[in-house]
Design a protein around this ligand. Structure first.
Ligand code: ADP
Ligand code: MG
Length: 369
């Protein structure tokens, strides 16, 4: 374990844009990252995550805006003078150097004494549990081991900030899940600021203090995983974070409530959207109850008729796809396996406060398919 416990550097990005010819890769983003925070940049491919990381690292310069690291303006400062650790998916190790020499490299660049270098390399390798591999060459390591060495190399000089771009992207699921926990532990031990890029929302939930959700060069929302899942501000964020169903239909508004018609039935929720926005309801699968048609729904619930088109056994419970009267599909998740089968005529029931009222947005669906 590293003995110096220092706090990481805060980052402030404001009104920062990046264009490639007439293509806007980043559109005036604002992002404040606290000292020592684990911030994840999450979004689909092409949404601007890597561009943002490259700007922080100094690999590219923005077309406008402000960027400070630890309170210092770093625009114009070359990457090697920013003192940042970097791990990329394909940021390869030097193939002709052993693990120990790879990890020592940033210290050599900084002209550190040999004895100091050796103790730091030993500490960094211990931190990523690669001590026994110090004399191997990268070609003698698995993908996961190589990324652990890359992590040790990025942290060996005690940077106040570590940037990681999909570092686990090339690894299989079990290994990825184990390394996620290792990265989380290392972050906790060091107190360094981590900025992590992924397109995998489950990975973001496991790792992050907060998550910034990117879509088409903009940040749609910044918050904890819980905030993004439970109170998304946009349909895109709601759809991107976890599973959901969306109800659309003719709507009316009265007494501060919105009513949607699905087939012959109506559902009503509290709240009204501002302006002329078309409302939709976002429903989480675990907030929906599945009932047989003859069952009476719990009081104060919205109820919609449907038919089960798919039953999926998940080990821990089951997932059902229910076709509603307007042909849309609702996804229901249940921890106990009820006596439901494909083809059953059913009802779904949900409490009004469990539905999120959001503005419809075609882009939300387009970007996801
Ligand atoms: P992400 O990491 O979220 O997948 P990027 O930040 O790499 O996305 O890219 C954002 C957008 O900018 C993409 O549409 C990409 O094609 C474009 N882009 C990135 N780098 C360049 C470049 N050097 N030249 C032209 N377009 C680029
Ligand atoms: Mg990328």
């Amino acid at each position: 374990m590293m003995t110096e416990t220092h706090r990481g550097a805060a980052i402030a990005i404001s009104q920062t844009s990046k264009r490639y010819a007439d293509f806007v890769a980043l559109d005036a983003i604002d992002l404040d990252i606290k000292a020592g925070e684990f911030m994840t940049l999450l979004g689909p491919s092409g949404s601007g995550k890597t561009t943002t990381l490259n700007l922080i690292a100094g690999f590219t310069e923005p077309d406008g805006g402000r960027l400070t690291i630890g309170g210092q303006n770093v625009l114009g400062l070359p990457a090697h003078k920013r003192g940042i650790g970097v791990v990329f998916q394909h940021y390869a190790l030097f193939p002709h150097m052993t693990v120990a020499r790879n990890v020592a490299y940033p210290l050599k660049l900084r002209s550190m004494r040999k004895s100091e270098r050796e103790s730091r390399v030993a500490r960094a390798l211990a931190m990523v549990k690669m001590t026994d591999f110090a004399h191997r060459y990268p070609s003698e390591l698995s993908g996961g081991q190589q990324q652990r060495v890359a992590l040790a190399r990025a942290l060996v000089f005690d940077p106040p900030l570590l940037l990681m771009d999909e570092p686990l992207g090339a690894l299989d699921k079990k290994l990825r899940e184990w390394l996620q926990l290792e990265i989380k532990r290392i972050h906790r031990e060091l107190g360094t600021t981590f900025v992590y890029v992924t397109h995998d929302q489950e990975e973001a939930l496991v790792l992050s203090d907060r998550i910034a959700v990117f879509n088409q060069g903009r940040i749609e929302q910044i918050g904890t995983g819980r905030e993004l899942y439970e109170t998304p501000k946009t349909l895109f964020v709601g759809r991107f974070m976890g599973e959901s169903s969306v109800l659309r239909g003719a709507f009316s508004v009265a007494n501060g409530k919105t009513t949607l018609s699905i087939g012959e039935q109506q559902v009503t929720v509290p709240g009204v959207l501002a302006g002329k926005q078309k409302p939709v309801l976002l429903l989480r699968p675990e907030k929906l109850r599945l009932l047989h048609r003859h069952e009476t729904a719990p009081a104060n619930c919205n109820v919609l008729d449907g038919q089960i088109v798919e039953c999926i056994y998940l080990g821990s419970g089951a997932k059902y796809e229910v076709r509603l009267k307007d042909d849309s599909i609702a996804i229901v998740r249940s921890s106990e396996e009820g006596d439901f089968a494909r083809g059953d005529k059913v009802q779904i029931a949900f409490a009004a406060e469990d539905a999120r009222l959001l503005a419809d947005d075609e882009r939300a669906e387009m970007t996801l398919t």
